[in-house]
Design a binder for this molecule. Structure first.
Ligand SMILES: [Zn+2]
Length: 405
């Protein structure tokens, strides 16, 4: 049986139980964890048909970053049955509440799990099938494609472009919003990107909320569109997102420690090239990198660059941008009162973090910042994340359109 199980595991399908044969008539009644789809991740340690308990960890992807992300479809379960998910691999892989979905589109939180050392046990009574479970609301390449198609269909000013071809050969989709009624020479430039860390799926949902607000009828959004060209990348590390890997601290190094003169990741090199060119022609003003923070960071916050990197104007602009953000990102996930600095004390490769590179390589007035949106709270849902994204849009509009304080 061993080679057969290994083959099934390799295919991302693992079933253990009475029906683990070619007997098709019994297949529907056996619990089966499937991960054979983009972003799928679950390594089953044990599975009990009797108690409907599944012990699992994220799928291990050596060299592809932290084992923090899991996402699977559960087959062989009937409505009314209570499933017990016992998830291991420590605090980063075990949110207080897991997520479930009956259509792989809309995701809801389970009840809070019970922690046992580095594991957590969630229980969920399945109301209907099929059912999926995940660490957080998934957002994979097809979601990015769909979002960009949707924005392009709804906004006459939106254009899709290919940021880069990834190491694995994926095309990385991106979006430019450009209103031709305003002379190009008067335009500001804004770059917003998400998901340099693949497991931080919430950051793509923040990005979705942001870009959908930008094309909305809100007068502030309209004003922003008229004054700025806006570039948006919903997923930077497409390779690890599609693989179902964590990405954070991948080898040879973390994607957000790749912002050097010789980047390893094609998507980072391409982003740098765009930003350099916008800066060269005097049309670059704001860079926002979207992330999810540590499990105990229960409120969103900004990481900012070190004071030595900032000109007097840059420091003033950063302060203004922070004040606008404090007003706009006001709940249900309100921004923390204090930003954190990602300098040498934060990480030895601090100067290769995106916003630090951007600050160093662009004009003194540019604001470059990382928004960390909490993932381990009851509000860390598709809706909650998108609200933060909309509020980020409002903050950006305030910063550029309202008189400076
Ligand atoms: Zn991150």
């Amino acid at each position: 049986m061993r080679p057969r199980l290994s083959l099934l595991a390799a295919l991302g399908i693992l079933a253990i139980g009475a029906g683990c044969t070619t007997d098709g008539s019994r297949q529907n009644s056996q619990l089966r964890v499937r991960t054979d789809f983009p972003g799928g991740s679950a390594q089953v340690e044990q599975l009990s048909e009797e108690s409907k308990t599944i012990q699992l960890t994220p799928t291990l992807h050596p060299g592809r970053g932290w084992d923090a992300w899991w996402y699977f479809k559960l087959e062989g379960v009937k409505p009314g049955e209570t499933i017990t998910l016992d998830v291991g691999k420590g605090i980063w892989a075990t949110p207080d509440q897991a997520m479930f979905s009956y259509d792989n589109v809309t995701w809801q939180h389970t009840s809070p799990g019970k922690r046992q050392k580095d594991r957590i046990v969630y229980q969920h009574t399945v109301e209907k099938t099929p059912v999926w479970f995940a660490w957080g609301p998934p957002f994979v390449l097809s979601d990015a494609e769909r979002l960009i198609d949707n924005i392009c269909a709804r906004s006459p000013y939106a254009t899709r472009f290919v940021l880069a071809k990834s190491k694995d050969g994926h095309t990385i989709p991106a979006l430019k919003l450009y209103d031709p009624s305003v002379p190009a020479s008067e335009k500001l430039g804004i770059w917003v990107e998400a998901r340099q860390h693949a497991w931080e799926s919430g950051s793509s949902w923040v990005g979705k909320g942001f870009i959908e607000w930008v094309i909305s009828d809100d007068p502030q959004a309209k004003a922003l569109r008229q004054m700025a060209d806006i570039y948006f990348v919903p997923i930077m590390d497409v390779d690890n997102v599609q693989r179902g890997a964590g990405g954070k601290n991948a080898t040879p190094h973390d994607q957000n420690r790749d912002w050097s003169d010789s980047p390893h990741y094609p998507e980072v090199a391409a982003a740098q090239e765009h930003i350099r060119e916008l800066n060269r022609i005097g049309r670059f003003d704001l860079f926002v990198d979207l992330h999810n923070p540590a499990p105990n960071d229960k409120r969103p916050f900004y990481f900012v660059t070190v004071a030595e990197y900032l000109s007097a104007q840059g420091a003033k602009n950063l302060k203004d941008f922070f004040l606008c953000s404090k007003e706009a990102i006001n709940g249900p996930l309100p921004l923390l009162d204090k930003a954190r600095e990602s300098g040498p004390e934060y990480d030895k490769a601090w100067d290769k973090i995106s916003k630090n590179w951007v600050t160093k390589h662009t004009a003194g007035h540019v604001v470059a910042i990382t928004l960390e949106t909490s993932w381990n709270t009851p509000q860390s849902t598709q809706e909650g994340y998108q609200t933060v994204g909309r509020q980020l849009g409002e903050a950006i509009a305030k910063y550029f359109t309202e008189p400076r304080r």
